[in-house]
Design a protein around this ligand. Structure first.
Ligand code: MN
Length: 455
C-alpha cells in the first residue's frame, strides 16, 4: 500500500463521534471576570453549547451519522434542562437526513432512554445491555456498521464482553455487507474492580471490529492509540469540565472504510485548563516574579499553540517549584495587590486567566555556608553538607551494615540484582546528604515558626 492510498479515504462514510458530553453541567473555576472583554459568555463554555456547535459541524461536513458514546446528559441535572437542546440538535440533523445514534452510559441510565424515546431520529444501540449490530447510513451513500452496548443499570461489575453473543464476537454480523464496523462501548478499560463495566483491552482487540470508540473516562487517549487505522480508546470529554481535565478536548470524525478507520479531531471547546509551572529558583529576585510568570506562560502557550484552534480562554493554575533564598519575599510578591487571581495575559488572541489558588511546591533555599557559621542547632548539619571531606568513612560503613540488615533483608528486596551497587560509597553519601538536607529544612522551618521570621 502506498502512502497516497493509505490517506485516500474517499468513498468511505464519515461519522461524527462524540465522547462524554455531560450536557447540563457547567465547567468549574470560571468566573465572570475571566470572561470580561473576551466576547464569551458562561453559556458559550457549556457542553450544551458545544453540542449545538457540533450539530452545525455535522451539517457543514455533511456526515453520514452522528454517534454519542454515553453520559450524554448528566444525571445530577433535570431532564428538561438537557432534553431541549438535545432535541433541537437532533431535529436539525434529521431535517438534513443525518441520523443520530447513542449508547447509554452510567450517568444517563435513567434519562437518556426517556429523551431518546421522545425524539424521532434519535436511536439507542444495545438497549438494556443487549449487544446490537446495526447497519446504518443514508440512502445512496456509504454504510457503516455499529456494534454497541448500553448500560442497563447504574452499576455493572462484570465485563460487557461476556454477554456478547459468540456469533458477534466472531464477526458473523446479522446484516452482512462489506462495510467498516465501529464498536461503541461506555466502559472502564483495564480497571478490574470497577462498578462501571470493567473491560480488558485484550477482550476488545479479539472482536473483529475496525475501531473501538470508548466513553466514560474524560481523558482522551493519545494519538498513538487513536491515530492508527484500527483505533481503540477513549474519545474523552467534549469540553473540559474542571481543572483536572487539562489538555485538548473535543469531538472526532471517523473516516470509515472496511478494515480501515481513521479519526480526525474536531475542535469545539472554547476553553481549556492548563498548569503553568514556574521554577522560582530561576528568578534573580522577588521583583522578577512578574517577568518570570509572563515568560513561563508564553512558553506554555507556545507548547500548545497548535492545538488552540478554537479556544479563546485558558484557565491556568500556577504551580511554583524550586527553591529561593528569598522564598517568603517571592510569595509575598505573588499575593501583592489582588494576587494571582487577577492575572490576565492575552497571547495571540487567547486569554490566559489565572485561578486564585496557587499550587505551591516551592521551598526556601538553604544558605548552607551561613547556617554552618551561625552556631545554632542547624550548624552541625550544615557543616556536614558544606564540606564533603567531613563525611566519615566509619559512618558510611555503619550505614551500609544497617541497610543490609534491615531494608535489604526484606523479601521484596532480597533478590534484586543491583542491591550491592545501592550500597556503594557514592550512593550512601548521596543518601546522607539528602537526609541532612531534609533535616536542615525541618530545623529551619521550625526556627522560622518559633522566631516569627518571615524569610
Ligand atoms: Mn461514565
Amino acid at each position: 500500500m502506498t502512502v497516497a492510498q493509505r490517506h485516500d479515504m474517499s468513498g468511505g462514510a464519515q461519522v461524527l463521534c462524540i465522547g462524554d458530553l455531560h450536557s447540563g453541567r457547567r465547567p468549574t473555576r470560571i468566573d465572570g471576570d475571566m470572561l470580561a472583554g473576551s466576547a464569551l459568555t458562561a453559556a458559550d463554555l457549556t457542553p450544551t453549547a458545544a453540542w449545538l456547535q457540533l450539530v452545525d459541524v455535522a451539517i457543514e461536513r455533511d456526515v453520514d451519522a452522528v454517534v454519542l458514546l454515553g453520559d450524554v446528559v448528566d444525571a445530577r441535572n433535570d431532564l428538561f434542562e438537557s432534553a431541549g437542546p438535545i432535541e433541537r440538535g437532533v431535529r436539525a440533523l434529521a431535517a438534513r437526513g443525518i441520523p443520530v445514534y447513542a449508547i447509554v452510559g452510567n450517568h444517563d441510565v435513567r434519562t437518556l432512554p426517556r429523551i431518546a424515546d421522545g425524539i424521532e431520529g434519535f436511536e439507542l444501540i444495545g438497549r438494556q445491555g443487549v449487544w446490537e449490530d446495526r447497519l446504518i447510513g443514508r440512502p445512496g451513500r456509504a454504510q457503516v456498521r455499529l456494534l454497541g452496548w448500553s448500560f442497563p443499570n447504574e452499576q455493572v461489575r462484570s465485563s460487557p464482553l461476556v454477554s456478547m453473543p459468540p456469533e458477534l464476537r466472531a464477526g458473523a454480523w446479522s446484516n452482512p455487507a462489506s462495510v467498516a464496523t465501529l464498536g461503541l462501548l461506555h466502559a472502564d478499560l483495564d480497571v478490574l474492580e470497577s462498578r462501571h463495566a470493567p473491560v480488558r483491552r485484550a477482550e476488545l482487540e479479539a472482536v473483529p471490529v475496525d475501531a473501538w470508540l470508548l466513553g466514560h473516562i474524560h481523558v482522551p487517549h493519545a494519538m498513538d492509540e487513536l491515530g492508527g487505522t484500527r483505533p481503540i480508546g477513549y474519545l474523552g470529554s467534549v469540553v473540559p469540565l474542571d481543572p483536572k481535565e487539562s489538555g485538548w478536548r473535543g469531538a472526532w470524525i471517523a473516516h470509515c472504510l472496511p478494515g480501515q478507520v481513521r479519526l480526525e479531531r474536531v475542535a469545539v471547546s472554547r476553553h481549556r485548563y492548563e498548569t503553568v509551572e514556574l521554577d522560582i529558583g530561576s528568578l534573580a529576585g522577588p521583583e522578577q516574579l512578574s517577568a518570570g510568570l509572563l515568560a513561563a506562560t508564553r512558553a506554555r502557550h507556545a507548547a500548545i499553540a497548535s492545538e488552540l484552534t478554537n479556544e479563546n480562554l485558558v484557565i491556568a493554575r500556577l504551580r511554583l517549584t524550586g527553591a529561593h533564598l528569598e522564598h517568603a519575599a517571592v510569595l509575598a510578591e505573588l499575593s501583592e495587590g489582588g494576587g494571582i487571581g487577577d492575572a490576565r495575559l492575552p497571547i495571540d488572541g487567547v486569554m490566559w486567566a489565572f485561578e486564585p489558588r496557587v499550587h505551591d511546591a516551592s521551598r526556601p533555599a538553604l544558605d548552607v555556608a551561613a547556617l554552618a557559621a551561625r552556631g545554632d542547632l542547624a550548624s552541625p548539619i550544615a557543616q556536614q553538607l558544606s564540606d564533603s571531606a567531613l563525611i566519615d568513612p566509619a559512618r558510611l560503613e555503619a550505614l551500609r551494615a544497617h541497610l543490609r540488615a534491615t531494608v535489604l533483608a526484606r523479601p521484596s528486596f532480597r533478590d534484586l540484582d543491583d542491591n550491592e551497587s545501592a550500597l556503594d560509597d557514592t550512593s550512601l553519601e548521596q543518601l546522607l546528604r539528602d537526609g541532612a538536607t531534609r533535616a536542615l529544612h525541618v530545623v529551619e522551618a521550625h526556627r522560622r515558626r518559633v522566631d516569627g521570621v518571615t524569610s
